[in-house]
Design a protein around this ligand. Structure first.
Ligand code: NDP
Length: 316
């Protein structure tokens, strides 16, 4: 396993990390979740991502229980705040009130005294940026969180956070959590260049495009049972990727991966890690075997000619 700095921060995270969205939360799934987390930890993963809103707090509880088997200082725990946690007007967003209350609630659900990385799950246009940054800075001073980050913020919002923190002498964000994979490269244009200048590391989600970049969905065929696409968990991010043109390109990528002796999932993760601004790529997994297969990507180094071939397949 390789460990990289979380942006400009001193702390180091495994380049492959494990998430908990869509995969865990219901009681029947706790055993699988726990097995995945244990397999990940034993494979060298030290970075675990969750959010208050994943199954309205249940995912945090599952992750917290599974990690309680390990020494607290041996892993880096990330969670998030923003999405609704109730029906009231203050049960969502990034107001100082909601951030403070949800941070305390997350600490309880996770069963820990501190959160390593606390992320603003989305930008909140209704709360001034200085209110958000001050609340995060206070949580750092109180020792409840160690670092602050954002997720899926636009380049303008990230720049605003950076310049406001500098002006008010508040702690700066160290990470951004956007979607990034071979089929969605939007962050390459503006977000990565700004982040490189400002010491913000990317912690990217859906690196396998929710399983599409494993090659298991074939053009013209129904998804096999026991896959995310077949299990009624299909969502907007995924729907757009299940067209025959995309799936045909993915089959080409799979051939190329197999020629090099890899699985496509491993090639797709190694491709993401070619970017030095990526601190970590968060995988989802529905079995410990998937974790084991994906973790091996951390050791794969792609050559310039591999990257050119991948680009040419993606460009069609
Ligand atoms: P991935 O793109 O890694 O997709 C994960 C899914 O792909 C698995 O659940 C599994 O689904 C399938 N899969 C993974 N590995 C393999 C394999 N080796 N072989 C076959 N199938 C495989 O990531 P996610 O979209 O799940 O996102 C990862 C994490 O990122 C989340 O858990 C969450 O923590 C975070 N996230 C953050 C968001 C944000 O807004 N900040 C939004 C979305 C996610 P199956 O077996 O069911 O087909």
């Amino acid at each position: 396993m390789e460990y990289r700095h979380l942006g400009r921060a001193g702390v180091k995270v495994s380049t492959i990390s494990l998430g908990s969205w869509l995969t865990y939360g219901e009681s029947t799934e706790e055993k699988i979740a726990s097995d995945c987390i244990h397999r990940a930890y034993e494979s060298g993963i030290n970075f675990f991502d969750t959010a208050n809103a994943y199954n309205r707090g249940q995912a945090e509880q599952v992750v917290g229980r599974a990690l309680s088997d390990y020494k607290r200082d041996s892993y880096v725990l990330a969670t998030k705040v923003f999405f609704p946690m109730g029906e009231g007007p203050n049960d969502r967003g990034l107001s100082r009130k909601h951030i403070m209350e949800q941070c305390n609630a997350s600490l309880k659900r996770l069963g820990t005294d501190y959160i390593d990385l606390y992320q603003c799950h989305r930008y909140d246009p209704e709360t001034p940026i200085d209110e958000v940054l001050r609340a995060l800075d206070d949580l750092i001073t109180q020792g409840k969180i160690l670092y602050a980050g954002v997720s899926e913020w636009s380049v303008t919002n990230i720049a605003d956070a950076v310049y406001t923190a500098r002006e008010l002498n508040l702690d700066k964000i160290v990470s951004n959590q956007p979607i990034y994979n071979m089929l969605n490269r939007y962050i390459e244009k503006d977000i990565i260049p700004l982040s490189e200048r400002e010491g913000i590391g990317q912690v990217v989600f859906s690196p396998l495009a929710q399983g599409v970049l494993t090659g298991k969905y074939k053009p013209g065929q129904q998804p096999e049972s026991n896959t995310r696409a077949a299990n009624n968990k299909i969502n907007n991010f995924m729907k757009d990727l299940l067209d025959d043109k995309t799936l045909s390109a993915v089959q080409e990528l799979q051939k190329f991966a197999n020629e090099g002796g890899y699985k496509l999932s491993q090639l797709a993760l190694a491709w993401i890690l070619r970017q030095k601004n990526i601190s970590s790529t968060i995988i989802g997994a529905s079995s410990p075997e998937q974790v084991e297969e994906n973790v091996k990507a951390a050791d794969i180094k792609l050559s310039d000619s591999d990257l050119e071939r991948i680009d040419s397949i993606l460009e069609g």
